[in-house]
Write a protein that binds this ligand. Structure first.
Ligand code: ATP
Length: 141
């Protein structure tokens, strides 16, 4: 069986608050999940550029790219069809912008974007693959 493949890119954006580190996370409008910002690549767009664009669109912040963290893979079904997906994640350090200040159109996709202490994020992120990616980012900083 030929399973359609999707590729998205996303970001782990870290900022320092005193001795604490925080990560930018979102609550997608379509689910109760707590997730990292990510999204589909536009035609001709690099993974890094897509990750930076998606994190800005979904959270309202800009980050400085610090390198690739890794890929996560999962499958889901959409309208009865199985889809296989790879998401490439990159590490960013916070640079600018107000979290949760989103373009009105983005509100249909993101209920809320927020800073969360990274230790809390390790437990609260909904998907195991994203928790692993955050753990990898924390080892790297
Ligand atoms: P994108 O944000 O890449 O544009 P999307 O919003 O169209 O994609 P996904 O976020 O991939 O779609 O969600 C599709 C399905 O996969 C949903 O049921 C969601 O709960 C599930 N899902 C999302 N991320 C993960 C993950 N890391 N691991 C397992 N399942 C996931």
């Amino acid at each position: 069986m030929d399973i359609p493949q999707e590729h998205s890119a996303g970001g782990v954006v870290i900022r320092w608050k005193g001795a604490q580190t925080q990560v930018a996370v979102i609550r997608p409008a379509s689910s109760k999940a707590l997730a990292l910002p990510k999204g589909h690549l536009n035609p001709g767009e690099s993974c890094e550029a897509a990750a930076a664009r998606e994190l800005w669109e979904e959270t309202g912040i800009h980050g400085k790219l610090k390198g690739k963290l890794g890929d996560i893979c999962y499958r889901y079904s959409f309208r009865g069809r199985l889809i296989s997906k790879v998401v490439s994640f990159f590490l960013f350090f916070y640079e600018a912008g107000e979290i949760n200040e989103l373009e009105p159109a983005m509100r249909k996709e993101v209920a809320e974007a927020l800073w969360m202490d990274t230790q809390e994020g390790l437990m609260a992120l909904s998907y195991p693959g994203e928790r692993d990616i955050l753990a990898k980012a924390l080892k790297r900083i």
